[in-house]
Write a protein that binds this ligand. Structure first.
Ligand code: C5P
Length: 265
């Protein structure tokens, strides 16, 4: 299979995931959320009382990553997203399963986000996940083989390509991707986006209000660990197109990316 490979990297809350989802929907590509995989392994480790930061636990966590069944399934909405529609479009959503259990919401918690850098800087865990990511990018969705408890026919039928977003997709996972995009936005703009997201979540869960400065601080902390880690740091690939989204809406970002894909395809 020769699928068009679109790699989108960038820091937290840069808009890459929303953009990647919309682009996938409009281009009829499969969407692969590589960050969700690091989140699942973090969750699996915490549940076993393994510490992501402890060197003693590193090999146990790698074993856990290699033996856990991680399944991602993106639901694309039937009505096509168009920017002429007045109501706010809902984004394609990725359901995430750990050994058959739906952990879609649990992996987005602060607890997971706080602990993820220890997992993301473990080279053996990265190797395990990168292999799974490459298999997915090549259209091998049933790499778990017979053990898969999920129906493959729920995945996109013969996608035209794949979009994968993350931190090292263009540099490490898919160095030969057909198109690489590096999405940035100022830390302040990204913190405002994350803050609005959290506010929305809080209005449904009725949790206490968060502080904007804390959101900014957490984001800068995660930037630092993503940019500065020794193995596979967040970095623009030499041949990636830089997209600064500080002044762009998600729809404008998606339009930009789709135009670039159509030029290359
Ligand atoms: O994209 P998301 O914010 O869900 O990613 C969570 C974390 O997983 C990132 O902060 C990063 O540390 C790690 N990650 C990574 N490599 C990727 C994707 C995510 O190290 N390709």
């Amino acid at each position: 299979k020769n699928l068009f490979q679109l790699a989108i990297d960038g820091p937290a809350a840069s808009g890459k995931s929303s953009t990647a989802r919309i682009a996938a929907q409009r281009l009829k590509f499969e969407y692969i959320d590589s960050g969700a995989m690091y989140r699942v392994v973090t969750l699996a480790a915490l549940r076993q009382n393994l510490s992501p930061l402890s060197l003693d636990d590193a090999s146990k966590i790698t074993y856990l990553a290699a033996t856990s069944h991680i399944f991602l399934h993106t639901i694309f909405n039937p009505p096509p997203i168009s920017h002429t529609s007045s109501s706010k479009p809902s984004l394609p959503q990725t359901l995430v399963y750990l050994n058959g259990e739906d952990v879609t919401h649990e992996i987005r918690s602060q607890e997971i986000t706080k602990n993820i850098s220890g997992i993301a800087s473990n080279p053996d865990v990265r190797q395990v996940l990168v292999e799974k990511q490459r298999a997915l990018a090549n259209g091998i969705y049933d790499y778990e083989g017979e053990n898969s408890s999920f129906k493959l026919d729920t995945l996109r039928k013969s996608p035209k390509g794949i979009v994968m977003d993350g931190r090292d997709v263009g540099t490490v996972v898919l160095p030969n991707a057909d198109l690489k995009i590096f999405v940035t936005a100022s830390a302040r703009v990204r913190a405002i986006r994350r803050y609005k997201e959290l506010q929305q979540q809080q209005s449904t869960t009725k949790k206490p209000l968060i502080d904007f400065n804390k959101v900014l601080e957490d984001l800068e902390k995660r930037d630092k660990s993503d940019y500065e880690r020794k193995i596979s740091p967040l970095k623009k690939a030499d041949d990636a197109v830089l997209l600064d989204t500080s002044d762009m809406s998600v729809m404008e970002q998606a339009d930009n990316i789709i135009e670039l894909v159509l030029k290359r395809a």
